[in-house]
Design a protein. Structure first.
Length: 708
């Protein structure tokens, strides 16, 4: 039999030109975003602000402040900073634009493998500019999404190229594959998977489903007599990339056996022995059941909005995470393909591609995950454009190649589809400004605190701003974007939402004391402590009723001695007012019943009329009675009271931002509001004001022993 021809022997223009075009389109769309970044308020400490709070996780890690100091995203910033001298925030601002096209590289190689260069540009471009991915890889959005998509698409493309020579469709050759090449490639796929999880540990569920579909394709479409060989190769790839080191060694041994004694894989029944050994390793050493459980947990944690906890009823906080918010069906169609017509055309074309190239089914889990974004959260929508792009690019090209007259129309059709697919993302990036979640005043206040606090201090700031606080202040925080589950939010929200400075101070003091008893808070690669959270460890040992009494009565605890604790700071910012509904709900959470207060907050728009003499406000076509009115400015704050308006609203008029905010008693009297605008001496002896930028931000230092 003749050896199989190498499908990668193609003209350079078949891959270089598509790669250049995809790169230019991908970066060009993202550079439109520059029109939104011309304000001096978008610079803090001489560097660009970020477009997502998650980006600050890697910035703080690059400065060796937090638990991500060893992560590749932080290491990359440190390396580039050392090589160029540019600030890590400025580097992180530009990097997403040039990292985003990486996801198209496996698509280009797949087009080279299939010898379909005409469809490569559309497939690669749609994969990288669909709005689901575009929004998460725009300027200032330095996060793991480009790596997550790149490695996932690369895994799928590698499996396609590995599987197709041993499948009945498309028939390339009758020759059996060389065991050395076949299993060597499988082991390299496993190495790719290991790199995938090193950069993006949450990719395990995606990888698991891709391998499951690959096994299905191998069993259904594999050549007669080669199915055991296919499954053995998949086991090698899976164990090398997804399992522990014992499984990795076994996978490496099976690969080495293919090089030393390739005949064992070609001798009928004897070939089943390595398969059985690897299957046993999968069941015993890979932790497969735990990995399946982890995959289910990842789905449940995004899909479930109920309270969690077997005994203690901790609040479920994921519904407040922006990326976990669901997406409507019609919005999903635009996010994946630009419009509904292209979406359904892409689905049909992808189905046709799978008929002609069954190995392309390995990308189906990404499509299903994207469709599930209607339940799991908008972030997952970025995966679906891969299958849609493959369908519109390669599926339609294959379809047109079956008719001579249609072949001549394919190139113009591809350009028309490309223009249609680019319209929505270009329009979106032009009109949708990034969300700047931290103000210049807030950031500059944190920068000022760098030289005023000890290196082992801890800031109590709402978790949304935890990473940014770590980066700008170079100080550890109690909570952040990854430490935001119920056991973190429960004490943090109580500190912000309580009406008692004594309770807030006692809770911070108690947590800090318990943290000191939990051992060494140092973290590898970090120069700052990463303090553990003792809340769950303490409360989970109690019955729910006892835990509630204990937690609600912490301010009445008699502390033995006056143990030394690291400096504790409470950071209150105007940004908290915007999310005060969630903070107040979590701060009044009942850990037994799961019940909470239902606070009220309004931010009216349009024409607004304040009548300070009457104590009323006209807004949104209605007249509201006001109990108090606070007119806030950088120069001074003016306070008005209207005791005759019982049950009225408390109103903030912020002259700096030209906004009006109405809130109820619960929010108004909370520490997140009163410590921001009230008289600092009202919170003594529990807290001492150390930085005052009211109404933008105030920072207090805890007096751990107020009676002294």
């Amino acid at each position: 039999m003749k050896p199989e021809a190498n499908p990668f022997i193609c003209r350079h223009r078949d891959w270089i030109l598509p790669l250049i075009l995809v790169f230019l389109l991908c970066t060009g769309i993202r550079l439109i975003d520059l029109i939104h970044w011309d304000s001096p308020d978008l610079f803090i400490d001489g560097q660009r602000v970020m477009a997502t709070h998650d980006a600050y996780a890697w910035l703080a890690g690059a400065e060796r402040v937090n638990q991500y100091s060893c992560h590749p995203m932080a290491i990359l910033l440190r390396f580039l900073h050392a090589a160029t001298g540019l600030g890590v925030a400025n580097l992180a601002f530009w990097l997403p634009v040039f990292m985003a096209p990486m996801a198209a590289l496996p698509i280009v190689l797949l087009g080279l493998w299939w010898r379909l260069p005409v469809g490569t540009v559309l497939a690669g471009t749609l994969c990288t500019v669909s709005s689901g991915y575009l929004i998460r890889s725009r300027l200032g959005f330095y996060d793991t999404d480009p790596l997550a998509l790149f490695f996932a698409v690369g895994l799928g493309a590698a499996l396609v190229c590995w599987l197709e020579p041993v499948l009945r469709l498309p028939r390339k050759s009758d020759a059996a594959p060389s065991p050395r090449r076949f299993f060597g490639f499988a082991f390299l796929i496993g190495i790719w998977g290991r790199l995938y999880f090193f950069t993006y540990p949450s990719g395990e569920p995606i990888s698991l489903t891709i391998f499951a579909v690959a096994a299905f394709v191998g069993c259904i479409f594999g050549m007669t007599g080669l199915r055991v060989l296919i499954l053995t190769g998949l086991l090698i790839a899976f164990l090398a990339g997804n399992a522990g080191w014992i499984s990795f060694v076994l996978a490496g041994g099976a690969t080495l056996l293919a090089f030393l004694h390739p005949g064992i894989y070609q001798q009928g029944k004897r070939a089943i022995l390595p398969f059985l050994i690897l299957l046993t390793a999968l069941l015993l050493f890979s932790g497969l059941s735990e990995r399946i459980g982890t995959a289910i947990w990842h789905l449940v944690r995004y899909g479930d909005r109920s309270a969690t906890g077997a005994s203690i009823n901790y609040p479920a906080t994921l519904s407040t995470v922006i990326e976990a918010r669901t997406i409507e069906w019609h919005s999903l169609q635009r996010a994946l393909a630009g419009n509904g017509v292209l979406f359904f055309l892409g689905i049909i074309a992808y189905a046709y591609l799978c008929v002609r190239r069954p190995a392309a089914l390995v990308f189906a889990p990404m499509l299903f995950l994207a469709v599930a974004a209607t339940k799991l959260g908008a972030r997952f929508s970025m995966y679906g454009s891969v299958a849609i792009g493959l369908g519109l690019g390669f599926g339609l090209t294959l379809l047109s190649s079956s008719r001579r007259w249609a072949t001549r129309l394919n190139l113009p059709l591809q350009f028309l589809l490309l223009a249609a697919a680019l319209w929505h993302p270009a329009h979106l990036i032009h009109n949708q400004k990034p969300f700047f979640f931290i103000s210049k005043a807030f950031g500059e206040a944190l920068v000022e605190m760098r030289s005023r606090v000890s290196s082992d201090a801890q800031f109590w700031v709402w978790w949304d701003f935890g990473y940014a606080c770590q980066f700008y202040s170079r100080v550890s925080t109690f909570a952040d974007g990854s430490r935001n589950s119920g056991e973190y939010v429960l004490p943090l929200a109580r500190v912000h939402a309580t009406h008692s400075p004594e309770e807030a101070g006692a809770l911070i003091r108690f947590i800090a004391q318990e943290q000191s008893l939990m051992g060494n808070p140092r973290h590898p690669c970090a120069d700052r402590p990463v303090y553990p959270n003792p809340t769950a460890e303490i409360l989970d040992k109690m019955r729910p009723g006892e835990a509630k009494i204990f937690f609600d009565g912490i301010q009445d605890l008699a502390f033995s001695g006056k143990a030394s604790i690291p400096e504790q700071y409470l950071v209150l910012a105007w940004e908290n007012i915007r999310i005060s509904l969630a903070i107040r709900r979590f701060g009044t959470w009942d850990i037994v019943s799961g019940q909470t207060e239902n606070p009220n907050l309004m931010v009216p728009t349009g024409r607004i009329a304040l009548r300070t003499s009457e104590g009323t406000i006209d807004a949104s076509g209605k007249r509201f009675k006001t109990r108090t009115l606070d007119v806030l400015s950088k120069e001074n704050n003016r306070h008005y009271e209207y005791p005759w308006n019982r049950g009225g609203w408390h109103v903030f008029s912020d002259l700096n931002t030209q906004t009006i905010t109405l809130m109820d008693d619960g929010i108004y009297h909370s520490m997140m509001v009163q410590m921001l605008i009230g008289k600092p001496e009202s919170f003594a002896p529990y807290f001492d004001l150390v930085l005052d930028r009211s109404p933008s931000v105030r920072i207090y230092r805890l007096n751990p022993w107020p009676s002294s």
